[in-house]
Design a protein around this ligand. Structure first.
Ligand code: 13P
Length: 350
């Protein structure tokens, strides 16, 4: 059996007009760290309750096409016993799964990492497909610093991404290919541009080598942006221009879409950058540009929730509002006046 038509349709649906992806696939460590910072207990039940708050937000399917889950989450259910996968499917949201096992130190290369998780991947894909997942994610991490990234780090990660993607397409999951160039450091935007060029070049070379069907995948890139500690921060327009230029240089037209990660940007900036890209290049790009944010979609909602059932409604409102703003940005229709929630109803003219 081949999944060609199903994969194509899923990939298209993931980047449907005005919709993006919720990355809710934080590992135990990441989820716990975020809870700890806010004083939320780091338990299985709290992680479950938090994800229930997100997934049961009314109307979220207008802005969210798919949700990336973690292994623990794809097996969990609401308090009433409805599996999260069913909650999402019933709302028309496609469940996805994080398949990588995290980025580990790359032996022989200080400060560089290689993403693990290829062992037994075929079997894991079969299981996740049977649990309802229809797409997957694998994150490679590339750091910028003195003498890094090495070509070895780039090539090794590109190879793993391509091997993962091939297994996904064989097993019926649309692979999200996420080569994240980190914002950590004091590099200027030109360095970020150059590293993104090297990384995307290596990734697409490997995807070609491993016979990946480009119309049945999604690219999840980072934005071309100065390091967080760089004194020369670029304008929103500069980031948008550099990112689009870099993607145009490397991403073939048959890829249905690029869904950005937020990577530590503030929520407002992540939205403004996406909006500027869509506004600058309206109708001139062969692929959709949208979001697959984790922090930039969830931060406000998590801070509002704080682990308390009494805060669920307010947290859902914050989540829905952020998703709506990012949906507007995916259409190039966002502006900062929409940041204020004035009434319970939509701040965005329909
Ligand atoms: P952030 O948007 O918080 O960077 O997370 C996206 C993601 O999925 C990272 O792998």
């Amino acid at each position: 059996m081949t999944f060609t038509e199903e994969l194509k349709a899923t990939a298209q649906a993931m980047v449907a007009m005005g919709k993006g992806i919720l990355a809710a696939d934080e590992s135990f460590d990441t989820a716990n760290q975020r809870f700890q910072k806010l004083g939320i207990p780091q338990t299985v039940e709290m992680r479950r309750a938090y994800r229930e708050m997100l997934f049961t937000t009314a109307g979220i399917e207008k802005f969210i096409s798919g949700a990336i889950l973690f292994d623990e989450t794809i097996r969990q259910a609401t308090q009433d016993g409805v599996l999260f996968t069913k909650v999402l499917q019933d709302a028309g949201i496609i469940p996805g799964i994080k398949l990588d096992a995290g980025a580990k130190p790359l032996a022989g290369f200080r400060h560089e990492r290689i993403t693990e998780g290829l062992d037994r991947l075929r079997d894991r894909i079969d299981e996740y497909y049977s649990l309802g997942a229809r797409f997957a994610k694998w994150r490679a991490v590339i750091a910028i610093g003195k003498d890094i990234p090495s070509q070895c780090c780039i090539e090794a990660n590109a190879d793993a991404l391509a091997r993962y993607a091939a297994l996904c397409q064989e097993g019926g999951l649309v692979p999200i290919i996420e080569p994240e160039v980190l914002m950590d450091g004091d590099h200027i935007i030109a360095e970020s541009f150059e590293v993104h060029q090297r990384v995307l070049h290596a990734v697409f070379k490997r995807l070609y080598l491993y016979r990946i069907q480009l119309d049945q995948m999604i690219l999840k890139p980072s934005m071309v942006i100065a390091g967080m500690d760089c004194p020369q921060q670029s304008s929103v327009e500069q980031v948008a221009q550099a990112t689009v230029e870099c993607l145009r240089n490397h991403v073939p037209a048959s890829v249905p879409g690029c869904t950005f990660l937020s990577g530590g940007q503030s929520t407002e900036l992540a939205t403004a950058h996406l909006n500027a890209m869509n506004r600058l290049s309206k109708k001139q790009l062969p692929w959709m540009l949208t979001f697959s944010y984790g922090r930039a979609l969830q931060q406000e909602a998590m801070k509002t929730w704080m682990g308390k059932a009494t805060n669920v409604v307010a947290a859902q409102k914050a989540f829905s509002h952020r998703a709506q703003l990012n949906s507007a940005a995916a259409l190039g229709e966002y502006n900062s006046t929409m940041e204020v929630i004035t009434t319970a109803s939509s701040p965005i003219p329909s």
